[in-house]
Design a protein around this ligand. Structure first.
Ligand code: 2HA
Ligand code: ZN
Length: 264
């Protein structure tokens, strides 16, 4: 096989996992991280595990993914034993273990389905991060906050820059079994347009060029959610910044088209 090193990518896992732990977003073994890589060379003949459906845009690529039961607070200290390298076959129908942790996260089907969509629609976004921030899970228990448009309009209007950084707003997937293919397929559909997808009652999924970038976007959403909860704790149900002001800000920074693309 062609000589291949992924050691430098582990720094992104280490730094991001350490922040997930410090924020208290990935309790116990909650959450998982992955990166999509270019990786030349074939899979071993005897090591083909079928993917849940053909993923032609992952053909020949590789995925670095955190292992089942691994803890952010430990990945953040030493990622090597906790992250596995998996290669997708040249026809995009199966995968095999290559190096590192052998037992992938239960969220492997969602990660692969979303990477397949990203590789087709937003190839620059190679990172996927899933975690469980309490302030975001709590939003899902508020009556009416059960679709992406309402969540985006309500929460991203609470601070000046949130909609500017996330013009397409937040995607939303109604509660599905953790690790299920349904969760993966629905998340992949949302990830076509949205960099963040809220998993109802479960947590959030973030995408980005790197794990650090995905974490940035999550921080912005989570900050806005905390503003919401501070106001609610003070007895205020905020109206938020007006739609006109938000649209003016987006126009000024040349991002109105991205916002409008998800408004129909
Ligand atoms: O325990 O977060 O969604 C890992 C998870 C599954
Ligand atoms: Zn989870």
């Amino acid at each position: 096989m062609t000589r291949f090193s992924y050691a430098h990518h582990l720094e992104d896992f280490k730094s991001t996992a350490s922040w997930l732990a410090r924020r208290g977003w990935s309790e116990a073994a909650g959450g998982n991280l992955s990166l999509r890589l270019e990786m030349p060379g074939p899979l071993h003949e005897d090591d083909h595990i079928p993917l849940p459906f053909p993923m032609p845009h992952l053909a020949g690529k590789a995925i670095l993914l955190t292992g089942s039961g691994t803890r952010a607070r430990e990945i953040g200290v030493n990622p090597q034993p906790h992250v596995g390298l998996f290669k997708i076959s040249d026809d995009g129908t199966s995968y095999g273990w290559i190096a590192g942790n052998r037992k992938p996260s239960m969220e492997l089907p969602p990660h692969c389905a979303i990477h397949n969509t990203l590789a087709e629609h937003r190839p620059e976004d190679k990172a996927i991060l899933h975690t469980h921030p309490a302030s975001l899970i709590a939003l899902c228990h508020v009556q009416g906050l059960d679709n992406g448009k309402v969540v985006s309009d309500k929460i991203l209007s609470l601070q000046s820059e949130a909609r500017l950084i996330l013009p397409e707003g937040i995607g939303f997937v109604e509660h599905e079994l953790p690790g299920s293919l349904e969760l993966g397929i629905k998340s992949a559909a949302q990830a076509k347009k949205h960099q963040l997808v809220l998993w109802q009652f479960h947590g959030c999924l973030a995408t980005g060029e790197t794990l650090a970038h995905a974490f940035d976007l999550l921080e912005v959403f989570e900050k806005s959610a905390r503003v919401y909860w501070e106001l609610r704790t003070a007895g205020i149900d905020p109206a938020g910044i007006s739609k006109t002001t938000i649209e003016n800000t987006l126009t000024y920074f040349g991002r109105l088209d991205r916002y409008k693309s998800t408004q129909e």
